[in-house]
Write a protein that binds this ligand. Structure first.
Ligand code: FAD
Length: 301
């Protein structure tokens, strides 16, 4: 297997990356994001996305971050947008505002209720019922590039994979052209999911969402809420590193690079990184897979 990878490597396989940021809520975090944007921009990502707080809680800050990206870099910005806890008029107003700023890419999401993940979701009485309806509204509004969420381990609220994939199909039927997955650590799970999706007649790219593990303990809590399985082997790798940030960081790069390189082996060419507004791990992993700043060439080298 390794030999096969080496050969692909030499063939100059083209890999593409995108990065996700969240809008900062204080000066320190804003400074960190600015550093991250400046560090990652030269890698020439396909796009960078900015998250949106459910219920519109980050509307202003999401817009500010999108403007910053457009002002300071040549990266293509994508706005996340949720429809939970908002009426249609409000959501449509956000679309108009972002479109007027020059946004052409959206990541259309339902979002979680204000009470948190796991609380029963109830559509707003005058709102879009779910992400599929939101996708339809965006597609009718204009010529947008629309991404949606996908769940290799199925969405925690979903009864089964069939229901989950049926929802993905509705999003695609309504105009989504790319799905970005929830983060996962078991590549077999991703591969099986993609097979299921293709069997259901869905042919859009299912871009793996990769979470470099900046803080293992926090990640485990987050994974529990998202329905992401944390394998024992992963826990063992980070065991005893809570107070050893330097080694934690090295292990995190090794783990994510191993995951990405294995996905490359399986034919994946696009990767979406949940950066948590930190540049170092994403940058190092990109370097390892040949996505480099030097001359803008994105072939594995
Ligand atoms: P939907 O696609 O509408 O539904 C999710 C799942 O719920 C479906 O797949 C289906 O299995 C089940 N379901 C829905 N309706 C029904 C039904 N009637 N019957 C049975 N099952 C049903 N959250 C934010 O707040 N802001 C963000 O910026 C953000 N960005 C994200 C980016 C990515 C790439 C991902 C993967 C998630 C993101 N989230 C974000 C989290 C997301 O909002 C939550 O996962 C939310 O719970 C579901 O959103 P969705 O768009 O997948 O919902």
């Amino acid at each position: 297997m390794r030999y096969q990878f080496t050969r692909r490597h030499e063939a100059g396989q083209k890999l593409r990356v995108s990065f996700e940021f969240f809008p900062p809520n204080n000066d320190g975090m804003a400074e960190r994001l600015s550093h991250t944007i400046a560090r990652l921009a030269p890698l020439n990502p396909s796009f960078v996305s900015v998250t949106y707080g459910a219920g519109g809680s980050t509307r202003e800050r999401t817009a500010t971050t999108l403007r910053q990206i457009m002002r300071e870099t040549a990266m293509a910005p994508a706005a996340h947008l949720t429809c939970v806890d908002a009426d249609r008029e409000t959501v449509d107003g956000v679309v108009e505002e972002f479109a007027a700023m020059g946004i052409r890419r959206f990541v259309a999401l339902r979002g979680d209720p204000a009470e948190g993940v796991g609380a029963a979701y109830r559509p707003h009485p005058r709102g879009y019922t779910n992400s599929a309806e939101l996708v339809g509204a965006l597609a009718r509004r204009g010529d947008f590039d629309i991404s949606v969420a996908a769940y290799p381990e199925k969405h925690p609220e979903s009864f089964d994979f069939a229901t989950d994939i049926e929802m993905l199909k509705r999003k695609v039927d309504n105009g989504a052209t790319r799905a970005i997955t929830q983060f996962f650590f078991d590549n077999d799970v991703y591969e099986r999911y993609v097979e299921r999706v293709r069997r259901a007649g869905i042919y859009i790219p299912i871009v793996p969402g990769i979470l470099p593990v900046h803080n293992f303990t926090q990640m485990v809590r987050f994974a529990g809420r998202c329905g992401t399985h944390v394998p024992d082997w992963l826990a063992k790798r980070f065991q005893g590193l809570d107070n050893d940030p330097a080694t934690h960081q090295l292990v995190a790069v090794a783990v994510a690079a191993e995951q990405v390189l294995d996905l490359v082996e399986r034919g994946v060419e696009d990767f979406h990184f949940y950066t948590m507004n930190r540049a170092e791990l994403a940058f190092a992993i990109c370097h390892m897979i040949g996505v480099r700043a030097a001359d803008g060439v994105r072939a594995a080298a």
